[in-house]
Structure formats: structure tokens, C-alpha cells
Design a protein. Sequence first.
Length: 136
Amino acid sequence: MFTLAVESHIMIAHSFADPFFGPAQNVHGATYAITLEVTTARLGVHHVVMDIGALAAILREVLAPLDYKNLDEHPAFPGRTSTTERIAEHIAHEATAKILALSGAGAAPVGDGSEVRVVVRESPTAWAAFRCPLAS
């Protein structure tokens, strides 16, 4: 399997509705480091997983509606559910749709176990990830 990854970051505010989260029920800020990976069993016509510039642009496009926003107000996280795991899931689904919409020689080969994985790092020692198939 081959993997291509790009990274970026976002700054957000959010809170959690559930008492399980203790003081994080209050509005607080976070800066997340985000890694977007595409894994494929085979390389494309140019001997790459996909165009790295296209993948970087997709990540920036997917993160833009989250960056410097209060996720308590974002429709993807109803009921104040913007946990690190849910953020990773949201980014992965949004990125997968955009990757599948690409065509031409720079697009990623799909099928054969191809997948998208997103890692959201809260700190250098704590992170959550979500992966989903890259299949049309």
C-alpha cells in the first residue's frame, strides 16, 4: 500500500453538552493539527498516489469552514458534539467526496482497499483518527 499525506491546522472554539466532559462543558479554544492521508494499493499513471497539490488544496478547502469558528454553531456537530473523533470523521467524509470528484491523471486510484484517513492532534501526545474507504 502507498500513502500520501498533507498537513494543516485549524483554530476553533467549542463546548460539550454532556457532564462527562467536566470543565470542557464551558466554551474553550483549541488548535488542532490535521493530517489527511490517502492510501492506495497501486500508483496512478504518474507513479504517485495522486497530485500532492490537489490533496493540499482539498484539505485547505475542507478546513476553511471550521477555522476560527465556534463549532457549537456548525451544523455538522448538533448538540455540541464536536469531539476530536467527530471532527476527524467530518473532515474525512468531506475530503473523500472532494477526492472522488477529481478526474484525470492527478486523481487517486480508487477501490482495492483505497482509503482516506484523517488524524486530528489535540497535542503532541493526544490524537484521534477516522478512516473511510475511497471507493466510487
